[in-house]
Design a protein around this ligand. Structure first.
Ligand code: PEP
Length: 250
């Protein structure tokens, strides 16, 4: 089954108000007509309102880098899925490895964030992936089982009809060290097989993105793998020309 490719830029905590406006304007200006790839950008939250105005009526989807696990109330610093919706966000990254490692987000918290995104019609991009230590201990699949399992136990496999998965080996994020196409395909196929064991139709349809030092010169071979449906792009998404080249490779 043909799945539409999706490429999403994760700007993380980079840029200024002005540079973010320019980056988005340059991406919009460079998008070819009739681009067959779905494209999204996830700016820092404070830049979302302006980005939302800039992408209105355009082919770029807007996303957040996280989403609250609650609807509203005394949760200082959090942004709810319904607030994101109000500002035109249709995507939200959940469980990025930086959130898991630096801010201690557990599998249970990530699953709760994912659930709120789904409940409010925001597509969660669920990030999963192993550290170098875990890969060297042959624990990659066990880590995927645990991270994916937390979400499937809470929300059910059918929730993946409204979600995207991003396989992001932690050792490849921001390191310049990319998974080989074989390494990426192996884990993507594993993820799809785990989903297929619960629901083959959902497995055939769910987009599984690869993330980890994707650049214009390695994107095509990664995206050419049968179970790789696009990418979640960090560093290279901060440069409009690199990001556009990666989108075209998809
Ligand atoms: C990311 O942080 O999601 C990511 C993939 O980063 P980079 O492309 O910089 O490795």
């Amino acid at each position: 089954m043909a799945r539409r490719p999706l490429v999403v830029g994760n700007w993380k905590m980079n840029g200024t108000r002005t540079s973010s406006q320019k980056l988005l304007a340059d991406i919009l200006a460079g998008l070819p007509d009739g681009c067959a790839t779905d494209i999204g950008v996830c700016p820092p939250a404070i830049f979302i309102p302006e980005a939302s105005a800039a992408v209105t009526g355009k082919l770029i989807r807007l996303g957040a880098q996280n989403v609250a696990d609650q609807d509203q109330g005394a949760f200082t610093g959090e942004i709810s899925a319904s607030m994101l919706r109000e500002f035109g966000c249709s995507l939200a990254i959940v469980g990025h490895s930086e959130r898991r490692a630096i801010y201690g987000e557990t599998d249970a918290l990530v699953a709760a964030r994912y659930a709120k995104a789904i409940a409010h019609g925001v597509t969660p991009i669920l990030c999963v992936g192993e550290t170098l230590e875990e890969r060297e201990a042959n624990a990659t699949f066990a880590v995927i089982d645990r991270q994916l399992g937390a979400v499937l136990d809470l929300c059910g496999v059918e929730s993946l009809q409204d979600a995207v998965i991003a396989y992001e080996p932690v050792w490849a994020i921001g390191t310049g060290r990319t998974a080989s196409k074989e390494q990426a395909q192996e884990v993507h196929a594993y993820i799809r097989a785990q989903i297929a064991a619960r629901n083959a139709d959902v497995a055939a349809k769910v987009q599984i993105l690869y993330g980890g030092s994707v650049k214009p010169d390695n994107a095509a071979e990664l995206f050419g793998q049968p179970d790789v449906d696009g990418g979640l792009i960090g560093g290279a998404s901060l440069d409009a020309q690199s990001f556009l080249a990666i989108c075209l490779a998809a």
